[in-house]
Design a protein around this ligand. Structure first.
Ligand code: LMR
Length: 400
């Protein structure tokens, strides 16, 4: 009996995000509101399959003629269409042959592969992450034994990025350190850098020879695609080396189909080729080849003018709904709390904002009101509907 190995395994804590989503689904309270995982919902509280995706699925069913493996790079058509969309077709890095793309299992898969790449370059390589950042960034990077350091990014209850503090902290970074940044719709705080701040940051990255890893999981959900891409496109035109972890989960609403990409930019065409061989080699030892379906749908939509237009219209609907919900929710919070301390919600971007709550207050909201938010106070604004905005705002005012 004693040599059974699993007996030595500790019990892992619940995932702070996905576990809450499961708990919310099991809650029988008819007034429950799930604001846990970052999943877009329409005003009926549903995460619909996009029309563009449905039409692409029909086309795919007609065209798909094999279930054989993809190559290690994944779907090559997807890779090139996504890279062009993310960087912009005419970006100089294409003509310079300094870009390569690996299809990944969602944006998380891209970050994990990026972390493994850095582990290959230097065991215990250093990576700077914002405080706060997406809860899963830390374990994804730590799993590759990278050394994590933090820079201040946002203070709960305030508006705006702590840009001065962030720049100051990054002065302590050493050449070759990786800096994790978020492209748009910052997760978890909803505060994005201004164009001018991206420019200043680019100067610092160049000067200190730091390597940006940009998490672009919400491309097109704050502003139209090209505007949302400003920050990372600007960095790509300044720095010699860079990584972008892109996700089609949110903007194509393809969450469970795991359509993602890791785009790498290197200093020369030769180094780019070497990076690509490493990315494929890492993919081989992590999960071998990526799944085909979600990436094929994205490729179908990006390659077809009509489907592309339908998708862009649907993305606009998502974006506008989130802006409308923020307005409505800020009004409800002001009315319920009789103060303006929640005004920041109105202008933040994308799905997330922090409610200034203690973890006990967040737990009370779940327990007493069936409002599911993270212990950190992060809410998924896109989970609020016209019929739940007042209920959620009143519940928050009560626990405070
Ligand atoms: C979130 O932050 O809620 C989403 O990105 C879902 C996840 O995987 O955590």
């Amino acid at each position: 009996m004693n040599n059974y190995r699993f007996k030595d395994l500790p019990v892992c804590p619940d995932d702070p995000i996905l576990e809450l989503m499961v708990q919310a689904a099991a809650d029988k309270n008819p007034h429950k509101v799930d604001l846990s995982a970052g999943v877009y919902k329409n005003d009926a509280g549903k995460t619909p399959i996009l029309q563009a995706v449905q039409q692409a699925e029909v086309l795919r069913q007609q065209k798909e003629d094999t279930k054989s493996y993809l190559g290690l790079a994944g779907d090559l058509r997807f890779n090139s269409l996504v890279a062009e969309m993310v960087l912009g077709k005419g970006h100089p890095v294409f003509a310079e042959q300094r870009v390569c793309t690996l299809q990944t299992t969602g944006g998380s898969g891209a970050i994990r592969i990026a972390a493994e790449l850095f582990k290959r370059i230097q065991r215990g390589a250093r990576v700077w992450v914002g405080n706060p950042t997406w809860a899963n960034h830390i374990p994804l990077l730590a799993a590759a034994d990278l050394e994590l350091l933090t820079y201040p990014y946002y203070r709960v209850g305030e508006a705006g990025v702590l840009f001065g503090e962030m720049m100051q902290a990054l002065q302590a970074a050493e050449p070759g350190d990786l800096v994790l940044l978020q492209g748009s719709c910052h997760n978890p705080c909803g505060e994005d850098m201004t164009h001018d701040q991206w420019r200043q940051l680019a100067d610092l990255l160049v000067e200190r020879r730091l390597v940006p890893l940009v998490d672009a999981a919400y491309h097109g959900l704050a502003e139209p695609m090209d505007q949302d891409a400003f920050g990372w496109r600007h960095l790509a035109s300044r720095v010699p080396e860079m990584l972008i972890a892109w996700s089609g989960s949110k903007n194509f609403s393809l969450y469970r189909d795991r359509a993602g990409a890791l785009i790498a930019i290197a200093a020369t065409p030769e180094r780019t080729k070497a990076v690509m061989t490493n990315l494929m080699n890492i993919s081989r030892v992590v999960y071998s080849v990526p799944p085909a379906h979600g990436a094929a749908l994205v490729a179908e939509i990006l390659a077809d003018e009509q489907l592309h237009t339908i998708w862009q219209d649907e993305l606009l609907t998502m974006r506008e709904r989130i802006i409308g919900v923020r307005e409505r929710f800020a009004d409800e919070l002001a009315a319920a709390s009789a103060c303006d301390r929640f005004e920041f919600v109105r202008h933040q971007k994308g799905m997330f904002s922090f409610m200034p709550l203690s973890s006990e207050q967040a737990q009370a909201l779940r327990r007493e009101h069936s409002v599911y938010l993270l212990d950190s106070g992060r809410i998924n604004v896109a989970g609020i509907t016209a019929s739940s905005a007042e209920y959620v705002a009143t519940a928050i005012a009560r626990v405070i």
